[in-house]
Design a protein around this ligand. Sequence first.
Ligand code: F0G
Length: 437
Amino acid sequence: MKAELICFNAACRASYAITAPMYNCSACGGLLEAAYPDLKLDPIALKEIWRDRRRNNSIIEQSGVWRYREIIPFLDDPRHIVSLREGNTPLLNAPRAASYVGLDEIVFKHQGFNPTGSFKDNGMTCGASQAMRLGMTRVACVSTGNTSASMAAYASAAGLEPIIFIPHGNISYGKLAQALEYGARTLQVEANFDQILKLVRSLAEKLGIYLLNSINPFRIEGQKTIIVEMMDQRDWNPPDWIVLPGGNLGNVSAFGKALRELKHHGFISKMPRLAVVQAAGSAPFYDYIRAGKGQEFRSVEHPETLATAIKIGDPVSWPKAEFEITSSNGVVESVTEQEIADAKATIGLCGIGCEPASAASLAGSKKLIAAGVIAHDADVVAILTGNVLKDPDYIYRYHTGALKAPDGSDIKPNFGNKPVVVPNDEDKIAALLANWN
Ligand code: F0G
């Protein structure tokens, strides 16, 4: 099987060895992607094989990434695989969330069920495996928290040395705690995500460290399987819409690539439409798409949002994301801090829960339905990207009415659920419960 890295820029398409430790085209600077020019897949046979593998207890077949290895065939030796049994994330029905947004039904694909609690694990298993194949010893990333948690876990599991760079004071404690616990060398840089990414790219090159941000094409290959697994779970029946939050725009790039490849190889007959949702204070991609063709991409110099996972003003993968939004006839939306907070609480009331950035999916769906872009009876899968326990501080503040937006304004606890302190007195507690409304 021929696998190579090719430049994503349609005017260039320069090709490089699949083992080249690079992230950008050396001819034009464009983004790179993994490509398999001779790949021929038999969808009828593979649908059966992929289903059957669930019954096999080996780690590779139990992984919701490597089970689908025929569609990510970049490794030449399975002994390089580093897996923590990632993927296998559920589709969850959420009637209360559906009525909140005005849909007949909504289904969440909850990536927070991954080993480190976010969708990053789907990509990281591939990035870490490629690092092993290349004989790397150190891996690095800049992160708003989840990438670093995931990279720390996979690198340590593989015996690699993880070095993470995070914006000081701007990631949630749940994520920072994971990085420390999984043994990453953790550098809290006094700069924002975009500034640190520039720094890390230069350092990685100088020091020969393998970079595992979503600019790494193998991360994108792994995140494709979120879509493959979702289609498998739906018996290959594509939804009308897939709604997801957008930060650095790696995930939408992966989703679009997966959908195009599944369609090309005959696994699905229809392309779902992609809807990317950004936080209003960190929405350069929303601004760019809304401005229309021919406009320049402008980064947001000081991105702001309490959804720190998507607090990114200069997303590297925007050219891929633009291509995938166009190919899928997709849309881009932006949502306020209040909309994110209320959507998040609603997801909690479904017994599901997620971290703030994930709730942008539901908040964006609500806006797109109200605007008539998504029909009330549409078949919608919204992606929840991270686990509810990633950011408990945000939750406590919201429910107690203490959450403030970055501009200092109060977030209203519209679905607030304040804990009550009571004396150790049976009668008083009984009286309180009798009058609870
Ligand atoms: N949701 C969560 C929970 C995230 O952690 C991220 C990205 C996104 C959505 C956006 O995904 O970047 O592919 O558009 N977090 C990165 C990190 C940037 O460093 O953990 P994207």
